[in-house]
Design a protein around this ligand. Structure first.
Ligand code: PGU
Length: 431
């Protein structure tokens, strides 16, 4: 359990970064103050975009990063966001937000995650701060965990989003892994998962993907979530939900919060990282929220003040523009319903592309089963391709994706799906 899975470690292993010779020469001449600083390895996800941008081929396809594209392969700004921006421009000021961020944005975020009429929101039992998108929310929590429960560890699923490992590593929280994915069935390893939950020491911290698990696209069923929640209760574990894709699993943010709601019904204290990067398309705005459900209001006040204290020396207070966009949209019934329609539209286009990719592979006569492309949900297809097969896709077809075989379905379009299928068929067909 302690070791990283093969898929996770192969995703992390990348060729060393080569410096241009001009830079290398400058480096050897430089004073020795930073002489020991080696170039960092490329990021397994964001490094793919860098390589894609550097490729001059007109055929190139980027299915690496999980960022939504329209059917022409272009980034999308939602109409609800454009309208919110119109209302901001020339009207609202750009003053500092409080250390904990926008109160309005936090209130709306809590309703989305915990439910419109949540008793926990009404009882003010939730300590919440605006965070630098999902990544910042996870990091703030990890720092909080280290500061107030210095002997605790974090259990992270195998596999997971690669940055989870970096986040808890830099916060100096020891990591353990737990079983999640079953490579043979390309589904959930439920028995393995339950075993690892049972075998972890009582009161352990677990990182759970609230929906649309990245990279596998495999989520527990409602019934399985109930069993997981029950076992967490028995073991007094603490669930920390990373909810980066609320709305992208089913097309409906309310349905996608089901796992969290099950845990709430069962009386757990939980933590939750929310991101508006994907579901509102606010990627670069860094809009998110970290919340921790506490025992009572007094505890929530204390916890929030400590989260702010961690934020203050790092970035002082979070950015204002994305927070305004989020609160304007979620506060206005018309804009909110437009947003819900647009989220569903994005989720539906991805579902359509799953079908198209599978059909194209079948049409080409691939003898392999591609059922998992349409069984998996959310932004990604965990294709089962090996790192070597992915390297061939990149080198021979200019198709860019992470080496763990993850395809970002958000980058697949009517225009490139046949090309993609043909290349996948070529590198996966048995000799
Ligand atoms: N949590 C999970 C599970 C994610 O997949 C991502 C983004 C985040 C958090 C963080 O998103 P924020 O932008 O900070 O809100 N994962 C994408 C985007 C690229 C990246 O690695 O940051 C991905 O392609 O996996």
């Amino acid at each position: 359990m302690a070791a990283l899975s093969r898929a996770a470690s192969s995703a992390i292993r990348r060729p060393p970064l080569l410096l241009p010779s001009r830079l290398q020469a400058a480096r050897s001449m430089a004073s020795s103050l930073f002489g020991h600083v080696e170039p960092a390895p490329k990021d397994p996800i964001l490094g793919v975009t860098e390589a894609f941008l550097a490729d001059p081929s007109p055929d190139k396809v980027n299915v690496g990063v999980g960022a939504y594209r329209d059917d022409n392969g272009q980034p999308v700004v939602l109409d609800c966001v454009r309208e919110a921006e119109r209302r901001i421009a020339g009207n609202l000021n750009m003053e500092y937000l409080p250390m904990g961020g926008s109160i309005k944005m936090i209130e709306e975020s809590l309703k989305l995650a915990y439910g419109e009429d949540s008793e926990f929101v009404k009882d003010k039992r939730i300590a919440a701060v605006q965070a630098l998108s999902g990544t910042g929310a996870c990091r703030l929590f990890a720092d909080f965990q280290k500061r107030f429960l210095p002997d605790s560890q974090i259990y992270i699923p195998t596999p997971t989003w690669s940055n989870h490992h970096n986040i808890w590593r830099d916060a100096q929280v020891p990591q353990k892994t737990f079983t999640y994915y079953h490579p043979e069935s390309r589904g959930l390893d439920f028995a393995g998962l339950m075993n690892d939950i049972k075998n972890a020491p009582d009161g352990s911290f677990f990182l759970l993907h609230a929906c649309a698990h990245n990279p596998t696209g495999v989520d527990p069923t409602e019934e399985q979530w109930r069993e997981i929640s029950h076992q967490f209760k028995v073991k007094k574990h603490f669930p920390f939900f990373d909810m980066a894709y609320q709305g992208f699993a089913s097309g409906d943010p309310e349905r996608d919060a089901k796992a969290i709601r099950i845990f709430l019904e069962d009386g757990h204290q939980i933590g939750c990282a929310q991101s508006y990067a994907k579901n509102m398309g606010l990627y670069g705005q860094r809009a998110g929220c970290l919340s921790i459900l506490c025992e009572d209001e007094m505890q929530a006040v204390a916890v929030k003040s400590q989260l702010q204290q961690i934020a203050r020396p790092m970035y002082s207070n979070p950015p204002v523009h994305g927070a305004l966009v989020v609160s304007i949209i979620l506060n206005d019934p018309e804009l909110k319903s437009l947003w819900l329609k647009e989220v569903k539209g994005m989720a539906d286009r991805i579902i359509g592309m799953r079908k198209a990719l599978k059909e194209n592979l079948e049409k080409l006569g691939s003898p392999l089963s591609w059922e998992h492309i349409t069984n998996q949900i959310g932004m990604f297809c965990y294709s089962g391709m090996t790192p070597e097969q992915v390297d061939r896709l990149t080198n021979e077809y200019h198709i860019y994706m992470t080496r763990n075989g993850r395809i970002s379905m958000a980058g697949v379009t009517t225009g490139n799906v046949a090309y993609l299928a043909n290349a996948i068929h070529d590198v996966t067909k048995p000799n």
